[in-house]
Design a protein around this ligand. Sequence first.
Ligand code: MUC
Ligand code: MG
Length: 366
Amino acid sequence: MKIAQIEAIPFAIPYRKPLRFASGEISAANHVLVRVTTEDGIVGIAEAPPRPFTYGETQRGIVAVIEDIFAPQLLGLSLWQREVAAERLARTIGNPTAKSAIDMAMWDAWGKSVGATVTELLGGYSDRLRVSHMLGFDQPEAMVAEAEEIREHYGINTFKVKVGRRPVQLDIAIVCALRERFGADIELYVDGNRGWTASESLAAMRQMADLNLLFAEELNPADDVVGRRWLVRHLDIPFIADESATTPAEVTRSILDGAATAISIKTARSGFIQGRRVLHLAEGLGVEVVMGNQIDGQIGSACTVAFGAAFAHTSRRAAELSNFLDMCDDLLTEPLRITNGELRVAQGNGLGITVDPEKLQRYRLN
Ligand code: MUC
Ligand code: MG
């Protein structure tokens, strides 16, 4: 069970259509496949999706930090020593996605070694999650049409609408159009990716007060310390901290400061080991969580559902698991399938997924 090799393999898969939101745009999955191989030949996998505009990590940076800094510190550790690995990785500040992919690949390998799924190892609460679909920036008609298609094909009834543009009226019109088209048949919430000011956010939320929204997420920057607290205090729905609260310390500060009243957990940036700490902290503080999406491919989505299905608290709300639908292709032998609005945990030990060698050959960059 000792780690013999850690590989970081960059790959690129184009998107069918770009996903646009207030802090960036994605038109290709320039991700890194991380493989942890043990001395007895067990291979664990995970993927690292860099989001330079949010966390500063890049594809080349992830490969370099894994090869030069992280891998040499972990070789020879046993898969039973995940806390030792986490402690060594934590000595380096930042690089959340690189660290998380190593952590999750270790759990995948551990599950394969002991004959259990990662969901069972983490908590074993369920075998599936309801899915929420993210609607990126577009004109109102196109966003309503996308929601229609997603409901029809995949049975998804929860939508997160990207907002944060100026003039704010355009985004408000889209949320109104979605509610008008689908009535009470869908759940809706909004995510601003820090695009608005506190006062723009409150004015917009007041105009959407009758639309029965579930949550508002990261509408303005958390660094607007007083403005953010003022905004959250004036809302009567939970306010999700996403990119502003990714570690246990940031979550504690956000909730105690009144900068948020709910938390997004993304396995891409917390892995399973930190994700579990954030989750239990949120439970202890008494706030809701949503399983978020760092615009993961299918490997990352398999990680999210494996984690989210493991616990009651992460299973309550629909999880953001459908961004991989925007990709032209992926690396898995057996693609993930969303049916009846749900994604099931892949069957098989560890994460239950396998990389198709031909696809990896086609899309890898080195
Ligand atoms: C979200 O919830 O903000 C966009 C970039 C990223 O890292 O996550 C997203 C979705
Ligand atoms: Mg967000």
